[in-house]
Design a protein around this ligand. Structure first.
Ligand code: UDP
Ligand code: MG
Length: 319
């Protein structure tokens, strides 16, 4: 479809099980909407049948615009590829491909856009996920919000509707370690949240492993905050303060009371403690250095293997 008003963008990684239901629900949304809509699906190097299903769909239904990445790049990069590929003239509706974010909310989100908001983000009222995951997310969002230099809303993920001009800005942001919900806040304009209940995954397991979630959390912290570096300086000043007090106390003991200082254990403890603190400090600085390292290579964010849309409607070789 050429120049649709809205693009629905959904990244997919091994989502064969939920795919038929996803298409059903997307079709229902498009059929009942008065607006012209395309769906941009991104295959993030799936190892199952997802790419084949996507190809079949895109070859028969011109509303689907499918992008196939050369390998698995991770959710944030796949989403960036989708945002870059979307042709919408008015707005992009960003959802997860596992149906945790109901596509039926499109109209409600679009109404806010028509009222003049450039970003309409979803705020999770309730999560149907494990107790541990809910707690981890809740504390993470609160931590990031308290130390970040951009005003990030609590409990909102990537599920959102963004205007064409916000998408254009996102496409111009070359940062390699992407935390899209943070970048979206950084862009500014008028933004508003809409509450919704996040559904449980329709099928399959979460594709985010613990270490991937940790990576995402690190991006949220180190890409949007200078707090970790500042805290090192403050800690340094604090310890120097304590050392000076201790020195004065020792001198008084030595020269006024003629008391020889003792305490080998205390000495060892302090050395070990501050070796640890110094290593942590190095690690924190290392996080920023690593980000400079990756960014300085200037590699593209992802490589597109194939695209199937309107004008290039041919089966892909090798699928
Ligand atoms: N996803 C992706 N690449 C990945 C991991 C996930 O494109 O490497 C997709 C996945 O198919 C889903 C969305 O990103 O549509 C969100 O992932 P997931 O449901 O695993 O995350 P969670 O909802 O558990 O945070
Ligand atoms: Mg999910």
């Amino acid at each position: 479809m050429l120049n649709p008003q809205i693009s629905i963008v959904a990244p997919l990684y091994n989502e064969t099980e939920s795919f038929p239901r996803l298409v059903e629900r997307l079709n229902a949304v498009m059929d009942t909407s008065p607006r012209t809509i395309e769906v941009v699906l991104i295959d993030d190097g799936s190892r199952d049948n997802t790419a084949v299903l996507m190809q079949q769909l895109a070859l028969t239904d011109s509303r689907y615009h499918c992008v196939f990445l050369s390998r698995n790049y991770g959710h944030q990069i796949a989403l960036s590829a989708g945002i870059a590929a979307a042709c919408a003239t008015e707005a992009l509706f960003i959802i997860d491909g596992d149906l945790q974010d109901p596509p039926e909310l499109l109209n409600e989100f679009f109404e806010k856009y028509q009222e003049g908001y450039d970003v309409v983000y979803a705020v999770r009222k309730k999560r149907k996920e494990s107790w541990f995951k809910r707690m981890a997310y809740a504390s993470f969002y609160r931590l990031v919000r308290s130390i970040s230099y951009v005003d990030m809303p609590l409990d909102s993920g990537d599920f959102s509707l963004i205007s064409r001009r916000v998408a254009d800005v996102l496409n111009q942001m070359p940062e390699e370690s992407r935390f899209i919900r943070g970048m979206r806040s950084w862009i500014g304009f008028r933004q508003i949240g809409i509450e919704y209940e996040r559904d449980a995954r329709l099928a399959g397991e979460s594709k985010y492993s613990f270490s991937m979630l940790k990576g995402l959390a690190y991006n949220g912290i180190f890409n949007f905050s200078e707090f970790p570096v500042k805290i090192i300086t403050r800690l340094g000043m604090f310890t120097i303060g304590i050392a000076v007090i201790y020195l004065i106390q020792t001198l008084i003991k030595r020269f006024i009371y003629h008391d020889v200082p003792q305490g080998f254990t205390a000495l060892l403890f302090v050395i070990v403690l501050f070796s640890g603190v110094q290593l942590i400090a190095l690690g924190l600085i290392g996080e920023y250095v690593l980000r400079i390292f990756f960014q300085s290579k200037g590699r593209p964010l992802y490589v597109v293997r194939d695209v199937i849309r309107e004008k290039q409607r041919q089966p892909l070789p090798g699928l």
